[in-house]
Design a protein around this ligand. Structure first.
Ligand code: F6P
Length: 347
């Protein structure tokens, strides 16, 4: 574990891409662990932009006290298209060399790791990724920092929607984040007993065939009508973002037009990214932050810190970004089974 301790003196951190609750907890853990190993820490602002524009701040224990409970990131975050250019990577490299940084830790998602891999090809320092995204779509880790908080936030919101939906016997379409994966939609939908989950895993479209979308719409309308026929109740459809053309509002309008079904669309949006991290994210972030510094000390590079079956693991960065982590088949099946059983009892 101590192998590299004499050679590494200065490490840097940045948070990149969509912010996720728990990023601050990870920054805190890194700074505390770095202090333990007598390493200096520099924080670069606004993702890779901070490297390109050379905007940074030294981070000590005082800077990270009482931030574990705060959402967002004290280092700010951003997406950085410049990291896809040769010039951007050269500028980032030059900043790291000028600041005499020995190792860089990036907390973010797969886009951020792609930038880190590109940087690593030009810069000889150590690079470590920590998976931080509400989407939970990074391969090789059971969970990403921020996912647990995001699903809890969405569950709380939908429970409230359920109250008013019950009172008015209304149908709601709630659109949830997740970019191109259904981890949020499926976990939240099941936890809220949503009557329908429409996500990438169970509702794929042939994007070039409009009739396909029309068929799906008809089937959905039929299911809603059947479910509502014998009872007066609320009905909640959880819709993954980026799936239905025009999102929740378009789907509501189409159901009205083709089947005279009144639905209220509700887009939860960035509410899911904010708020104080739940215990699970604080603990995961703390474990990963410490593990990242220990990996640097032991001479590792080009890896992502992961958690697999409750144990910290190292995954090669190129492997982590190769595929998106899918929603488990058993979760998709669980929703189908529960829907089938519910339908039987209501018929
Ligand atoms: O990756 C996190 C995420 O919140 C996704 O769920 C969502 O699709 C995207 O970021 C939204 O990005 P932006 O905040 O840049 O619109």
């Amino acid at each position: 574990m101590q192998k590299n301790i004499q050679t590494v003196k200065k490490i840097a951190i940045l948070t990149s891409g969509g912010d996720a609750p728990g990023m601050n907890a990870a920054i805190r853990a890194i700074v505390i662990a770095a202090q333990h190993y007598h390493l200096e820490v520099t924080g670069f602002y606004a993702g890779f932009n901070g490297l390109i524009d050379d905007v940074s701040v030294p981070l000590g224990l005082k800077d990270v006290s009482h931030i574990i409970h705060r959402g967002g990131t004290i280092l700010k975050s951003a997406r950085c298209p410049a990291m896809e250019t040769t010039l951007g990577i050269a500028q980032a490299t030059s900043t790291l060399l000028k600041a005499q940084i020995d190792a860089l830790i990036v907390i973010g998602g797969d886009g951020s790791f792609t930038g880190l891999i590109a940087l690593q090809k030009q810069w000889s320092g150590q690079v470590i990724g920590i998976p931080g995204t509400i989407d939970n779509d990074i391969d090789g880790t059971d969970f990403t920092i921020g996912f647990s908080t995001a699903i809890n936030t969405a569950i709380e919101a939908i429970d409230k929607i359920r109250d008013t939906a019950e009172a008015f016997e209304r149908i709601f379409i709630v659109e949830l984040m997740g970019r191109h994966s259904g981890h949020i939609a499926f976990n939240v939908g099941i936890a809220c007993a949503a009557e329908q989950i429409i996500s990438f895993e169970n509702f794929s479209f042939d994007k070039n065939a409009n009739h396909n979308e029309a068929e799906k719409l008809k089937a959905l309308a039929k299911e809603i009508k059947q479910a509502q026929a014998n009872r007066h109740a609320s009905y909640i459809i959880v819709l993954a973002e980026n799936l239905w053309r025009g999102g929740a509002s378009a789907l509501a309008q189409q159901l009205q037009t083709i089947a005279k079904i009144d639905c209220t669309p509700c887009i939860l949006g960035h509410v899911q990214r904010g708020g104080s991290p739940v215990a699970k994210d604080r603990i995961l972030a703390t474990k990963m932050g410490v593990a990242a510094v220990q990996a640097i000390i032991s001479g590792q590079s080009n890896i992502m810190i992961a958690e697999q079956s409750n144990t910290i693991a190292h995954v090669a960065l190129p492997i982590a970004i190769m595929h998106q982590q899918g929603v488990s088949e058993s979760l998709v099946q669980a929703q189908e089974n529960i829907l089938a059983l519910t339908a039987q009892h209501l018929s």
